[in-house]
Design a protein around this ligand. Structure first.
Ligand code: ADP
Length: 168
């Protein structure tokens, strides 16, 4: 099969994302993981470059995965591909409404773009980047949720934050 594109914020990448990456890379010839920086989610913990570096390090053993960073609209970016297939992960019904709307809008913007949904593995259905950021704030161990390199990066990034937010 052709190239697939897996877009997201990945702030930070989790084991849930990595699971989708491995499963998609096993189906498609090439998987482009695209770190989107369109500001829709407000202030991020990691810069776009840092998120891309983390993804590069945790996918280093998957030869047909490439990491890119991209601003702007996904529907415009995928015009670089002849038959763009976009992968999105579905964890629960709560993801569905938003994803369904985005897929429909993207189809209107670019009729060549197909969105395919991959159901999250049951052990990761509860897992999100925001849960990881919250655990990181309190210096908690998170090896069940993120690869080691990501855990270290989160703790390093947030190590000064607790002191700053502690009551006087
Ligand atoms: P976005 O800001 O585009 O939602 P995310 O980084 O939060 O970016 O997620 C990227 C994609 O990965 C989305 O399709 C999301 O539903 C999916 N995803 C996030 N966490 C998981 C998980 N634990 N298991 C499977 N898919 C997930």
């Amino acid at each position: 099969m052709a190239t697939a594109i897996y877009p997201g914020s990945f702030d930070p990448p989790t084991l849930g994302h990595l699971d989708i990456i491995r499963r998609s890379a096993a189906i498609f010839n090439e998987l482009v993981v695209c770190v989107m920086h369109n500001g829709a989610k407000g202030q991020s913990l990691f810069t776009c470059r840092e998120r891309a570096q983390l993804l590069e390090s945790i996918t280093a053993d998957i030869p047909n995965v490439r990491i890119e960073t991209q601003g702007g609209l996904l529907a415009d970016y995928v015009k670089n591909y002849e038959e763009p297939v976009v992968i999105r992960g579905l964890r629960a019904v709560t993801d569905f409404e938003y994803e369904f709307q985005m897929a429909a809008i993207n189809k209107k913007l670019n009729c060549k773009m197909e969105t395919m949904f991959m159901v999250a593995s049951d052990k990761y259905t509860f897992l999100s980047s925001s849960v990881v950021r919250e655990l990181g704030k309190y210096g908690r161990e998170m090896s069940c949720f993120v690869p080691k390199a990501v855990e270290e990066a989160v703790h390093k990034k947030l190590s000064g934050e607790l002191c700053k937010s502690a009551p006087a």
